[in-house]
Design a protein around this ligand. Structure first.
Ligand SMILES: Cc1ncc(COP(=O)(O)O)c(C=O)c1O
Length: 386
């Protein structure tokens, strides 16, 4: 049986898969089981900022795997200490503590619980078009009815307010609001960068009403948008910053960066067996070190501006808008995006959707300019073919 046949037989069936078995990667390139090479603009859905098979991360993992893989947080550990210190040092939000977990959804769950605990309130206000994950709390803060409706009733006291509308936010955020959840650039919702006015305004309203501001930097973090964190573009100083995806070079890990204004969290209110395990922490220290040493944030800013310019110059009646921040780029089409993703795949370019009609590019930040040129040319060509 082929790899797709075996997987199709045994997989949960939850994923809409592309007919491709990827078996190897290097930098911004992937190879399938027949040896065909692809330029990767999926980037592990944002988890591969440092590039595939990154040597610094691979060596740190191998070394740590031979030393100690598993250790819960009832003990201290050298790699965890280094990772916690690193995250606090680079945090965009005056964080002085971190909670370590294993995924983006887990980071959101933790931030929701911490907000409730810190305020003694229950309300969570999230944004329309938001995506925060698939566990019950994170799902309760996720906008798309397709993800939510099969699982009703969700967690109570969640509400939604339109992105970029401060008047509505002022109505939605009350003295019952524990936390307000927002992405700096909405990712799955269609690659919509927030404005300085909206994000700082939201922060101001949260401060006035005593609500915690939870910024979801799960997709925008670790260099993606041209800064280590997208919050830095605006001087946003959240109470909680949720991070994951590229935090540990592609190994599963998440974290909540806890702002200094947040009151002390009590022992046992939350926890995780794998959270802060030495293997993920060693990978994280190596990955963040690589992002800093290679200035991947600067690279994302430069290459992102270049690529956005190239895409904006494409003259096609199919394109409604090209937008983004750094190397988080969306091309909104007037049509459904799936056929174009398939056509790009045939031509050796892997890309993502964001919603039904946005073509999303999240390449590893190590991608070469020449690869981006190929991607832009191929996008232009597949749009012309239709
Ligand atoms: C902005 C944002 N928040 C949360 C999540 C959920 O992360 P995970 O899939 O690691 O649970 C994602 C994943 O795509 C995301 O893009």
């Amino acid at each position: 049986m082929t790899i797709p046949e075996i997987e199709s037989k045994y997989t949960s069936g939850l994923y809409v898969k592309r007919p491709l078995a990827i078996v190897r990667g290097s930098g911004a390139h992937l190879w399938d089981d027949t040896g065909k090479e692809y330029i990767d603009c999926v980037g592990g859905q944002g988890a591969a900022n440092v590039g595939h098979a990154n040597l610094a991360v691979a060596e740190a993992i191998a070394e740590q795997a031979r030393t100690l893989i598993s250790l819960t947080e009832i003990f201290y550990n050298d790699q965890r200490a280094a990772m916690e210190e690193k995250l606090v040092t680079i945090s965009p939000n005056h964080a002085n503590r971190v909670f370590l977990c294993n995924s983006g959804a887990e980071a959101i769950e933790a931030a929701i619980k911490f907000s409730r605990f810190a305020t003694g309130r229950t309300g969570i206000v999230a944004m329309m078009r938001s995506f925060h994950g698939r566990t019950m709390g994170a799902l309760s803060a996720t906008w798309n009815p397709k993800y939510r409706e099969p699982f009703m009733p969700l967690v109570p006291d969640f509400s939604f307010t339109p992105y970029e509308n401060l008047d509505k936010a002022r109505e939605a955020i009350t003295d019952k609001t524990a936390g307000v959840l927002v992405e700096v650039v909405q990712g799955e919702g269609g690659v919509h960068p927030g404005s300085r006015e909206f994000l700082l305004g939201l922060q101001q309203i949260c401060r006035e009403r005593g609500a915690m501001l939870i910024v979801d930097e799960i997709q925008t973090g670790f260099g993606r948008t041209g800064k280590m964190f997208a919050s830095e573009h605006y001087g946003l100083d959240a109470d909680f910053v949720a991070v994951a995806k590229s935090i540990a070079g592609g190994l599963p890990m998440g974290a909540v960066l806890i702002g200094e204004r947040v009151k002390k969290l009590e022992p046992m209110i939350h926890g995780s067996t794998f959270g802060g395990n030495p293997l993920a922490c060693a990978a994280g220290v190596a990955a963040i070190g690589f992002i800093e040493k290679e200035n991947l944030a600067g690279r994302a800013a430069e290459l992102g501006a270049y690529m956005m310019g190239r895409l904006q110059r494409i003259e096609s009646p199919m394109i409604r808008e090209v937008r983004g921040l750094g190397l988080m780029i969306g091309v909104e089409l007037k049509q459904k995006v799936t056929p174009y993703l398939m056509a790009l795949m045939e031509r050796g370019v892997l890309a993502l959707p964001a919603g039904l009609n946005v073509l999303r590019l999240l390449p590893p930040l190590v991608i070469e300019k020449s690869d981006l040129d190929v991607v832009a040319e191929q996008i232009e060509q597949v749009l012309q073919e239709e």
